[in-house]
Design a protein. Structure first.
Ligand code: C2E
Ligand code: MG
Ligand code: MG
Length: 357
């Protein structure tokens, strides 16, 4: 056994197969995670163990240690206090993550990033009242890469800060152009990552970008996921107040998937709850989802917030949401996220249909 440094140790188990390694690992987890007393304080540690097997997972110490490390990080991500064997999928995953991470460093300067806009529609009159800016990355060799994959990587290597600022600046510039082109007034919703939200300069940066854009502050809406808002709610209250003082609106994204403290929710300076698409999907058939969505709409109403449902794909979902008094909807039923020009065409088409051009 050796200590690598900090809280990392390596065990070498010669002449032991996978079963033996699993047995040792589970005994280690049980022993290390047992609570102990220091003075009057009960303390506990949460070990994470990754296992790599010679020679399948590596022919030398360095490769074995690296692969065990990959497996260990998987355990940490999944909640600690456990062990896991290294697998090829983990390797493919981490090799791809490394590659994407280095490719992302050049994505901005090489013009590989763009923004699509998804219409947000009022259920009152069917008009487009806003756009959600959604980031797109088109890599010349790898093709399009989903934000669900690369945003996480940009958060871990810090690139989310310049990229997030770029998205806000460009989306607001686009919003300004639409005003100049005579499009009806629209809200511009932009997603904020946890890393951006926790950065102490965020309010000042948002101020500056909004000022420079010439886009009205009270038409800017920042989307923050429920999990991030509730992670450090005291700080969130302060940051949300600062942004609200400038007239900037906030929406809580993916609402229903995190754990909201209702007492904080009440204190949050938030305009809108965005009902997560996982509840909307089966809304016409699943009584639990019906109940959850109805409860969220009522909760928002009593807190003086609006609701928007995301991922609306069918007439049935739309009818249910309308009946329950949901304010706005967004989803493929209306339109996929569109490039700027196509979005403007879409808005004009809807306006013409409403007889307002
Ligand atoms: P989100 O903010 O919850 O965005 C909604 C996602 O649902 C988008 O996926 C959108 O394309 C997709 N969607 C919209 N309507 C439908 C529908 O009817 N059915 C289905 N199945 N999906 C629909 P997308 O563009 O892949 O983005 C995924 C996530 O990546 C976003 O979730 C957001 O969390 C994040 N993201 C995207 N752009 C940015 C950005 O500029 N900054 C940050 N920090 N995160 C971003
Ligand atoms: Mg969003
Ligand atoms: Mg969402």
């Amino acid at each position: 056994m050796c200590r690598l440094g900090g809280d990392e140790f390596i065990f070498i188990l010669p002449d032991t197969g996978a079963d033996g390694a699993a047995q040792v690992a589970s005994k280690l987890v049980a022993a290390i995670s047992r609570p102990y007393l220091i003075g009057h304080n009960e303390l506990s540690t949460t070990p994470s163990i990754g296992i790599a097997i010679y020679p399948e997972d590596g022919a030398d110490m360095e490769t074995l240690a690296r692969n065990a490390d990959v497996a260990m990080y998987q355990v940490k991500r999944l909640g600690r206090n456990d062990f896991r064997f290294f697998t090829r999928e983990m390797q493919a995953h981490s090799a791809r993550a490394l590659m994407l991470s280095s490719a992302l460093h050049h994505a901005l300067e090489r013009d590989q990033l763009s923004i699509c806009y998804q219409p947000q529609v009022s259920l009152q009159d069917g008009r487009v009242i806003g756009a959600e800016a959604l980031l797109r990355w088109q890599h010349p060799d790898l093709g399009p890469i989903a934000p669900a994959e690369f945003i996480r990587i940009a958060e871990s290597n810090g690139l989310i800060l310049p990229i997030g600022a770029w998205v806000l600046r460009n989306a607001l510039a686009q919003g300004r152009r639409w005003i100049d082109e005579g499009l009806p007034p629209l809200m511009m919703a932009v997603n904020l990552s946890a890393v951006q939200f926790r950065h102490p300069d965020l309010p000042a940066l948002v101020d500056q970008i909004v000022d420079e854009s010439g886009f009205p502050a009270d038409r800017v809406e920042l989307e923050l996921t429920e999990a991030v808002a509730m992670d450090d709610p005291e700080t969130a209250v302060r940051v949300l107040d600062r942004l609200a003082a400038r007239g900037i609106g906030m929406a809580i994204d993916d609402f229903g998937t995190g754990y909201s403290s209702l007492s904080y929710l009440k204190r949050f300076n938030v305009r809108k709850l965005k009902i997560d698409q996982s509840f909307v999907r089966d809304i016409t058939v699943d009584p639990d989802d019906k109940a959850i969505v109805t409860a969220i709409i009522n909760l928002a109403y009593s807190l003086g917030m609006r609701t928007i449902a995301e991922g609306v794909e069918t007439d049935g979902q739309l009818d249910f949401l309308r009946l329950q008094g949901c304010d706005e909807v967004q989803g493929y039923h209306f339109s996929k996220p569109l490039p700027a020009q196509a979005f403007a065409d879409y808005v004009r088409m809807i306006e013409a249909r409403c007889g307002r051009v």
